[in-house]
Design a protein. Structure first.
Length: 357
């Protein structure tokens, strides 16, 4: 093993307890084809129990990367970054905080047909969201084709929105199509769901033009990480659906100017890495990031979600903060490719102090 950590220059992130050497980072460097690089992956992971320092480290790196010229989108489900304009006055003119509430004025802003520029992208996101909410799988030979056909009809029409999908299903007027329409409509009764359903006349108004963009949704209810998908409440389903939409929107952001290093920061990433649609999406983000000079940052309490070989091999930077749960400690050690059963390794993770990783 080597004790080389980080780069020779860049953002100061801390010092090594073993060597006393300062550690510097250049978040954009991995993809520049520098001689002697050990990774060319820009994606990063920050893992650890609550309060160990993972969010702070993550915020620090994003903040400095932005000062160095990067552009960032932070998906902030716990709405912890709402005061950054006041607390970072020197860059407040470059901070854009988008707070989505269930107010009438925000109706439909997270509708796949509103938020995505390209109608084909809208369509595949609409399929993801409606199958996610209704639990209709693409293997369901009776119901899926009906839903698919209604979505396709909306994509091909002039006025597009998820409310229109319900109308299309009603036009079909068979017992099955009516029952699917009723099922989807039952979600729209929740005030909170108004963000997802537009009548087709809503304008896209979320801009990610600034250097540092923070997207928050008020009243999100994230499931506990122990809750299995089958046990999600309606509010939890809707909340995760919104995170899937926002993260897909981040794909559009990744595909902008390749000459600028970009960061998509996913806080509480476990909440959608647990569901199939979210897993597929994170791989899409990471792949697009490699091609388009963007790093996807996963901040999560759950290493489990990152152990997927395809995802794990695409993570160039990993930070592990203190973990107290033995099971979680073993998974974290495996994630780093060191012996999970070695008691010294386990002790090392357990004994980390706040801010050590």
């Amino acid at each position: 093993a080597t004790q080389m950590l980080g780069e020779n220059e860049g953002i100061y992130v801390g010092y090594s307890l073993d060597t006393g050497r300062n550690v510097y980072l250049k978040p954009a460097l991995a993809s520049q084809g520098v001689k002697g690089s050990v990774t060319n992956a820009l994606a990063s992971a920050f893992v650890g129990s609550l309060g160990g320092g993972k969010s702070f480290a993550n915020n620090l790196i994003v903040y400095y990367a932005v000062l160095y010229g990067a552009q960032a989108v932070i998906v902030d489900p716990k709405a912890e970054r709402g005061r950054w304009k006041e607390t970072l006055p020197e860059i407040s003119h470059e901070i854009n905080i988008v707070t989505l509430t269930s107010d009438e004025k925000n109706k439909g802003l997270l509708d796949p047909y509103v938020i995505m520029k390209n109608p084909k992208d809208s369509e595949s996101l609409a399929i993801d969201i409606l199958t996610f909410l209704t639990g209709i799988s693409s293997r369901d030979g009776e119901r899926f084709p009906i839903l698919r056909k209604a979505i396709r009809a909306v994509t091909n029409s002039e006025v597009r929105g998820l409310m229109k999908v319900i109308e299309e299903l009603r036009v079909e007027n068979t017992p099955l199509s009516t029952s699917i329409a009723d099922h989807i409509e039952s979600f729209t009764d929740y005030d909170f769901a108004h963000l997802l359903f537009s009548n087709g006349y809503v304008e896209q108004s979320i801009s990610l033009e600034k250097q540092l963009n923070i997207i928050q949704v008020a009243d999100l209810v994230l499931p506990d990480k122990e809750t299995s998908f089958e046990e999600y409440t309606t509010m939890e389903l809707l909340s995760v659906a919104m995170l899937i939409v926002i993260s897909t929107f981040a794909l559009d952001f990744i595909h902008t100017d390749r000459s600028i290093f970009k960061i998509v920061d996913l806080d509480e990433a476990w909440s959608f890495l647990q569901v199939a649609q979210g897993k597929t999406l994170s791989m899409k983000l990471v792949r697009a990031g490699r091609a388009m000079n963007a790093g996807v940052y996963f901040v999560t309490q759950n290493t489990d979600d990152l152990l997927d070989e395809k995802l794990k091999n695409n993570l160039g930077l990993k930070f592990a903060f203190r973990s107290t749960d033995l099971n979680e400690i073993k998974k974290t050690l495996a994630f780093f490719g060191v012996d999970p059963e070695d008691e010294n390794n386990q002790k090392r993770l357990r004994d980390l102090e706040n801010g050590q990783c």
